[in-house]
Write a protein that binds this ligand. Structure first.
Ligand SMILES: C[S@@+](CC[C@H](N)C(=O)[O-])C[C@H]1O[C@@H](n2cnc3c(N)ncnc32)[C@H](O)[C@@H]1O
Length: 360
């Protein structure tokens, strides 16, 4: 049966047309942000500087025909303010879009939305039946590590550091291992609080030059060392008071007992294991689609499953959980587990190989 030809004059436009436009405006707003970053608008208007329209046209080099609507768009999305016909950064732009700000997010925005973003190739990505696997030295790229450092400072790192610092033996700790530490900001944050703490940021060899940039920028070269290696096959050291692993377990989910065995060996008796990871919600039912998709891209296909069994797994692997905490961040909640190495030598479990989200 063929579809009847519509009578155009009588076609009703439902109100949802504006909702559709709202979705498209999300894309346009993002392009306005992107262009303003590329043109250096936020650097120009930073540190209390304000300029009139004509001056902005001249300095950033765009066609004056677009300036009114461009600036108005930036005002509408909250990135600039106008007073007496002069334009300056909003607090949001000054905090997140000016390179000298400690909370600068430009690198993360580029990773999340730029040409290498999985969001740019979503259809293809959705068709893949398993996470991409790269050669050991091909991923992550150092730009990604830098971006991850910026992203972690949007609340998550502060939340994790606050909890670790609250551990009653924290002031006595002398050595920390940040396993798969990448940028190393977690270890850096802990060393800033405990001035007697030193340690190692362990990551893949090709990541180490970027780790060293962070160590130098935070003036920690005398207390933190970046060490290249493979967690799977290399010695990760021993005698640590604290071992921290943040967003590292996803890749090792099929053999977590082996991962924990290695960490247990690296820790002193009663040493502290700090784990910070995303878990899926019970039953794997997503509560925020976009956020959960983003997490899936970043967690080797899917967050960890079975949070309700995780304390038991840690116990079986020779750890006593002393605290669990939800760490809120702009990217949703991560789950922090603090656990002490116990005396008993455990019989290691067989790995749980089927995630709760697997189509069975
Ligand atoms: C998602 S990043 C997490 C970085 C940081 N811990 C954080 O939470 O922001 C995972 C890190 O683990 C490192 N990594 C993954 N597999 C590794 C392996 N087999 N040996 C050493 N490092 C590894 C990666 O290079 C990357 O820096």
């Amino acid at each position: 049966m063929s579809t009847p030809i519509p009578i155009l004059r009588d076609l009703c436009v439902p109100e949802t047309a504006s909702s559709l436009e709202d979705i498209l405006n999300g894309f346009r707003a993002h392009q306005v942000l992107k262009a303003a970053c590329e043109l250096g608008v936020f650097e120009l208007l930073s540190k209390g500087q304000s300029f009139e329209r004509e001056e902005i046209v001249k300095r950033v080099g765009i066609n004056g025909m677009f300036i009114r609507s461009f600036l108005l768009s930036l005002m509408e999305i909250g990135l600039i303010n106008e007073k007496d016909e002069k334009y300056s950064n909003s607090d949001m732009a000054e905090t997140f879009l000016v390179q000298s700000s400690p909370l600068y997010q430009g690198g993360w925005i580029e990773q999340d939305t730029g040409k290498d973003s999985r969001w740019n190739d979503l259809t293809e990505h959705l068709k893949k039946d398993k996470p991409e696997s790269y050669a050991f030295d091909q991923a992550p790229k150092t730009d990604f590590i830098k971006a991850l450092g910026q992203r972690s400072l949007r609340g998550e790192l502060q939340g994790v550091a606050h909890e670790v610092v609250s551990w009653d033996k924290f002031s006595e700790a002398r050595n920390v291992l940040d396993l798969g530490g990448g940028h190393g900001l977690y270890a850096i944050a802990l060393c800033q609080v405990n001035t007697d703490l030193q340690g190692v940021i362990f990551d893949k060899p090709h990541v180490i030059p970027e780790t060293n940039v962070f160590i130098e920028n935070y003036e920690m070269s005398n207390r933190l060392r970046a060490q290249g290696g493979d967690i799977d096959t290399d010695d990760i050291g021993e005698g640590y008071d604290i071992v921290l692993a943040s967003h590292v377990l996803y890749k090792f989910r099929k053999n977590m007992p082996e991962f924990f065995r290695k960490i247990r060996q690296a820790l002193k008796p009663n040493g502290l294991l700090v784990l910070n990871h995303w878990f899926c919600s019970p039953g794997c039912i997503p509560t925020d689609g976009l956020l959960e998709m983003d997490k899936a891209f970043l967690s080797f296909g899917h967050p960890l499953c079975y949070i309700e069994k995780f304390n038991g797994l840690l116990k079986d692997c020779g750890f006593r959980v002393i605290s669990t905490k939800d760490i809120p961040g702009t990217f949703g909640t991560s789950n922090l587990h603090l656990a002490l190495k116990t005396e008993a030598v455990p019989d290691f479990l067989q790995p749980e190989s089927v995630p709760c989200c697997s189509p069975r």
